[in-house]
Design a protein around this ligand. Structure first.
Ligand SMILES: Cc1cc2nc3c(=O)[nH]c(=O)nc-3n(C[C@H](O)[C@H](O)[C@H](O)COP(=O)(O)OP(=O)(O)OC[C@H]3O[C@@H](n4cnc5c(N)ncnc54)[C@H](O)[C@@H]3O)c2cc1C
Length: 306
């Protein structure tokens, strides 16, 4: 029997994964973060954490996960906020919806490329239900926000029984569907530092099948123009969806001409170990990186402020 009512309960109830009622998972819906962490400590891998449920539901319906307990975060207040600190850091609560980020006026003003990234994830239904935390915690390589958060030098705040710690995005993604979050921890927020003065950013998403598809490749470019004309003081590029985890590479004092940008793109293309899947072969992905890196840099410059 379902022990509690849940927004995704009816869909799970029709899943073929549990033919017998007694095998269906027990729902736990803590109302405080401490309670949720205590449940993580108590239950370990027996409990599957659910935020918006867009990914977890698929796992369960396809029989890929059969948790004894579903630990739903939907009743924990205070983790769906978006705030900018006096130091200018942006904080995205783990439970805020992808749509909230895409539409937030402060983010649109000061991190507009980041808002754009959240605005092109999947489709409106997924964006209205999926959460910022769920998107990074699922650690699916074919995702958009991870590359942006890596290029913007964001960090994940996680809380466990021994308190809070911050994990820089470059250390957060460990491999396919694997993150640095310990089994007794929960992600509480993602913090994005302010953009450097004069920096600009742009995200290019390439989908191979439909516009709503997950990316075949995604390039997030942050550029800092130098005082001299046609020189970039610093370029920071994150390449997503081409390998198990997003890849970051940086360059300084770049002359802004086609030859130099092509060289830079070549360095990016050789620095990755691309995977092959239904969206594209490894060679195709390498070619995409060569083509998209210069375009993302030029688009960032054309876009104006980040
Ligand atoms: C049809 C479809 C298309 C998609 N297309 C794209 C796309 O184009 N680009 C893209 O980037 N993504 C895409 N996605 C992925 C989508 O962004 C994620 O499914 C969604 O953001 C996950 O959020 P959620 O809250 O629903 O996570 P859930 O399904 O609730 O959870 C996902 C995972 O995160 C864990 N988790 C959730 N919250 C926490 C937390 N606070 N602490 C610790 N662990 C946690 C869960 O245990 C689970 O393992 C697509 C998904 C679908 C279903």
């Amino acid at each position: 029997m379902w022990r509690d009512r849940s927004p995704i309960g009816p869909r799970l109830a029709s899943a073929s994964a549990w033919p017998v009622d007694s095998e269906r998972p027990i729902w736990r819906r803590p109302t405080t973060l401490d309670e949720a962490i205590a449940a993580r400590v108590e239950l370990g891998d027996a409990a599957l954490v659910v935020a918006g449920g867009t990914w977890v539901t698929l796992l369960i319906q396809q029989g890929l996960a059969r948790p004894a307990v579903i630990l739903s975060l939907d009743r924990i207040p205070g983790f769906d906020g978006i705030a900018v600190s006096p130091e200018g850091e942006l904080s995205l609560g783990a439970l805020c919806r992808l749509t909230d980020v895409a539409r937030n006026p402060a983010i649109r003003a000061d991190w507009s490329a980041l808002a754009d990234v959240y605005g092109i994830v999947a489709n409106e239904r997924i964006r209205n239900q999926g959460t910022v935390g769920g998107n990074v915690c699922e650690a699916d390589y074919a995702s958009d926000p991870p590359a942006a958060l890596l290029a913007l030098d964001a960090r994940a705040l996680v809380r466990g029984p021994s308190g809070e710690r911050a994990i820089p995005m470059r250390d957060f993604f460990r491999g396919h569907y694997e993150t640095a979050i310990a089994p007794d921890e929960l992600l509480t927020a993602i913090v994005v530092p302010p953009m450097s003065i004069g920096a600009r950013a742009h995200y290019l998403k390439f989908t191979a099948r439909s516009s709503e598809d997950r990316p075949c490749a995604g390039i997030f470019a942050v550029v800092e123009p130098a005082a001299e004309d046609r020189v970039l003081k610093r370029v920071r590029i994150a390449i997503g969806a081409v390998s198990a985890t997003p890849i970051l590479f940086e360059a300084v004092n770049i002359e802004l001409n086609d030859g130099r940008l092509a060289d830079l793109a070549g360095e990016g293309a050789t620095s990755i170990d691309p995977i092959a899947d239904l969206r594209g072969s490894a060679a195709y992905r390498r070619a995409l990186v060569r083509a998209l890196v210069p375009r993302a840099i030029r688009a960032a410059l054309a876009d104006g402020a980040a």
